[in-house]
Design a protein around this ligand. Structure first.
Ligand SMILES: *[C@@H]1O[C@H](CO)[C@@H](O)[C@H](O)[C@H]1NC(C)=O
Ligand SMILES: *[C@@H]1O[C@H](CO)[C@@H](O)[C@H](O)[C@H]1NC(C)=O
Ligand SMILES: *[C@@H]1O[C@H](CO)[C@@H](O)[C@H](O)[C@H]1NC(C)=O
Ligand SMILES: *[C@@H]1O[C@H](CO)[C@@H](O)[C@H](O)[C@H]1NC(C)=O
Ligand SMILES: *[C@@H]1O[C@H](CO)[C@@H](O)[C@H](O)[C@H]1NC(C)=O
Ligand SMILES: *[C@@H]1O[C@H](CO)[C@@H](O)[C@H](O)[C@H]1NC(C)=O
Length: 648
């Protein structure tokens, strides 16, 4: 997940599921006052293009605008983005309004001229009575006759903002033949403000949860491969915008329409087609099956516990839809909503975790690292736990970090190679908790791990203390309850010291090492466990790092592989002083093999040149159960100057 996700602070509170006192029928949609629903489309009421001005003195664009209001206002942005003709090309706009229209013009450094029947722009009137026909084909013919050609003709109703791209196309038809429902996207995008945006909200009580339904009616033939961009903005020009507003967005269209949702808010989303959230562009979220009529959609929202349909909008065709919600923070703080069930719709906090997948499973642990900056703007998360609330992520300034034993925290192991749990997120501004279930893959490889204690208490350590008992575990994840491998030998190679020292041959006699403890396979792994003491003979200086390696044979196919583990050597008590400084390592391994008669052996290794090794068998009658204690926490695995990664 990239840095700086920038979502505004939000509250994701609970959505009480409750039976609504009103039925869907009782929701009488009424004009909504302050909210603004707008959409942008390239579709026009009618239109056409032609190449009849190519090679003529100027481009001629005709806009025929119908206006319902008394005096129509709209913006016209004329640009030359992607234009192929030279910038000095002259261009003429013929603007025919059915009523007086007031046009705000942005034309960058282009200098189009205007002819109009009824248009006011700036403080000047440009009125011309050249054209007595005010619509359609006759208008096209008049303009064509008058100027010797026509580049485009577009009929629009109640436009709010017209983005017009000038330019001619030699591949356009010779004649401009007016077509109804013309798709003018190549040269024009019009933003419309939905005049009849409606909702049904219960009077009185100010709600902090609301649903917005967008019903996009365009047919499959109008659907481009580009997703429809949906923006949700909460504004309050006069005060602070409402923070903890919970929004359910229901987006219905035919299934080939995909959606891209851009919001600074926590919204829950139900969409008929696949959708993306702008902040996580790499991952697509899946569609829901939604009813395709008004009553059905309103009924769905009600089932989700939303009594207020803040807006319901039918949109004929769109590339962009914007919901601008006018919601202000009240003067006095109200008490937070009570916890209850949330609708099964994906919200942004949840989507963030689904998409960023901050979990990782190792051979014996679940690890979660969440970078707080990536959460910036999402509702403040105060706490992250696993299903077991005692398994809580620790936090420092920059991260949430959780590392827990795979056998704890109600983690379920499935089919030998998967672990299942849930993240439970607590949000600052509400009592609601968000649950994010997850499954993570467990590695299917051979592992070597070193422990400090006889009971192989999790977590393992990268540190090998000299002159002290150390506990070595070889593990392999297997779906079948059968011994699959045999540990042939293990050895230790101290850095800077040639040659590698053979340390252990577990099959050899145990000597005084003690009893063999059958070890139960844990966490679906076959385990082989040994103990040994590493005493550098002579007690002299030893290098900081060493490599433990074991050779393992697969019983069923006889092949042998090696596995290594880098460890840091650490002195915990003064070494014996009587022995020569360059004496070779002496190591004793006591080994006990789980559930088998492959018994552990205790071996001393002597240098062929200096037979001064020191042997320290370790009694091995300890319960050999890998376990964890509740107090294990992040950071108990020490960092060391040596790499602790192991490799085959
Ligand atoms: C006009 O349109 C161009 C190209 O789409 C855009 O870059 C510019 O910002 C727009 N200007 C206004 C004032 O909307
Ligand atoms: C319309 O009025 C503006 C501003 O006075 C003027 O610059 C422009 O040339 C006029 N256009 C036409 C076609 O008369
Ligand atoms: C419009 O004007 C043209 C000439 O410019 C004329 O031939 C035509 O009859 C007029 N039509 C109407 C409906 O006035
Ligand atoms: C969407 O569906 C596909 C195929 O059914 C699945 O692989 C994918 O995980 C789903 N994505 C999400 C975010 O649920
Ligand atoms: C917080 O913890 C993470 C993960 O352990 C670590 O990478 C990061 O450096 C720590 N940040 C601070 C400020 O200690
Ligand atoms: C023997 O089995 C192991 C474990 O499945 C496998 O990794 C290895 O490649 C096999 N060796 C041969 C020679 O088939």
């Amino acid at each position: 997940m990239e840095a700086g996700l920038f979502l505004a602070a939000l509250l994701l509170s609970c959505t009480p599921i409750r039976t609504s006192p009103l039925s869907a029928d009782a929701c009488a949609l009424q004009q909504i006052m302050k909210d603004k629903v707008s959409y942008t489309t390239g579709k026009a009421v009618s239109g056409c293009v032609s190449r009849s001005t190519v090679g003529k003195p100027q481009e001629v664009h005709v806009l025929q605008v119908k206006i319902e209001a008394q005096m129509g206002q709209f913006k016209l942005n004329v640009s030359s983005v992607g234009r192929t003709t030279p910038p000095e090309r002259k261009m003429l706009f013929v603007i025919i309004c059915d009523k007086a229209c007031f046009v705000t013009l942005h034309s960058e450094d282009l200098h189009p001229t205007f002819v109009s029947n009824n248009m006011v722009y700036g403080d000047a009137r440009n009125v011309s009575s050249t054209f007595n026909s005010t619509s359609g084909e006759p208008l096209v013919q008049q303009v064509k006759k008058h100027y010797g050609g026509i580049t485009s003709f577009t009929e629009l109703e109640n436009p709010h903002h017209i983005h017009f791209r000038v330019g001619e196309d030699a591949s356009s038809p010779e004649d401009c033949v007016v077509q109804p429902g013309f798709n003018a996207w190549r040269y024009l995008q019009t933003e419309f403000v939905v005049q009849e945006a409606k909702g049904c909200t219960s009077p009185g009580v100010k709600k902090r949860e609301e649903v917005h339904i967008v019903h996009l009616q365009q047919g499959p033939e109008e659907t481009s491969s580009q997703p429809v961009e949906v923006k949700v903005n909460v504004v309050c020009p006069e005060a602070k915008p409402l923070q903890d507003l919970k929004i359910l967005l229901i987006l219905q269209s035919q299934p080939s329409v995909t959606w891209n949702i851009d919001t600074q808010r926590t919204v829950s989303i139900m969409a008929s087609g696949k959708y993306w959230i702008t902040t996580f562009p790499s991952r697509q979220l899946n569609e829901s099956v939604l009813p395709d009529n008004k009553q059905g959609l309103i009924g769905l929202a009600r089932k989700r516990g939303f009594d207020d349909i803040a807006s319901y909008t039918d949109i004929p065709s769109a590339t962009h839809v914007t919901l601008e919600l006018h919601r202000c923070e009240p003067e006095m703080k109200t008490s937070p909503p009570t916890p209850a069930q949330r609708p099964k719709a994906v919200n942004i906090v949840e989507a963030f975790f689904i998409l960023s997948q901050p979990w990782k499973c190792t051979d014996d642990s679940i690890e979660i690292v969440v970078w707080k900056r990536a959460l910036e703007g999402l509702n403040d998360i105060t706490d992250i736990t696993l299903l077991d609330p005692r398994c809580r992520a620790e936090q420092n300034k920059t991260h949430f970090v959780l590392k827990k034993y795979l056998g704890d925290c109600h983690t379920k192991l499935e089919s030998g190679n998967q672990a299942r749990n849930k993240l439970i997120l607590t949000l600052a501004s509400s009592l609601e908790k968000i649950e994010v279930p997850f499954v993570c893959e467990l590695p299917q490889t051979l592992h070597l791990q070193l422990y400090r204690t006889r009971d192989f208490t999790w977590p393992s350590t990268p540190v090998l203390e000299v002159n002290k008992a150390a506990y070595l575990q070889v593990s392999f994840r297997t779906a079948i309850a059968q011994t699959l491998l045999e540990v042939e030998e293990c050895s230790l190679q101290a850095a800077d010291k040639e040659p590698q020292q053979l340390l252990i041959q577990p099959i050899a006699p145990l000597g005084q090492a003690g009893t063999v403890e059958p070890t139960e396979a844990t966490l679906g792994r076959e385990l082989h466990r040994f103990s040994f003491v590493y005493s550098p003979a002579g007690g002299g200086p030893f290098p900081p790092c060493a490599t433990l390696s074991c050779r393992v044979t697969w019983l069923f196919n006889g092949s042998t592989i090696g596995k290594t583990l880098e460890v840091t050597l650490q002195d915990t008590r003064p070494p014996p002083s009587s022995l020569g400084i360059e004496a070779v390592v002496g190591i004793t391994f006591a080994a006990f093999l789980i559930g088998t008669l492959l018994t552990a052996a205790l071996w001393c290794i002597y240098s062929h040149t200096r037979p001064v090794a020191k042997m320290q068998p370790v009694p091995t009658n300890a319960p050999a159960s890998e376990s964890s204690t509740p107090n294990h926490s992040i950071g108990s695995t020490q960092s060391t100057p040596c790499s602790t990664s192991s490799m085959a």
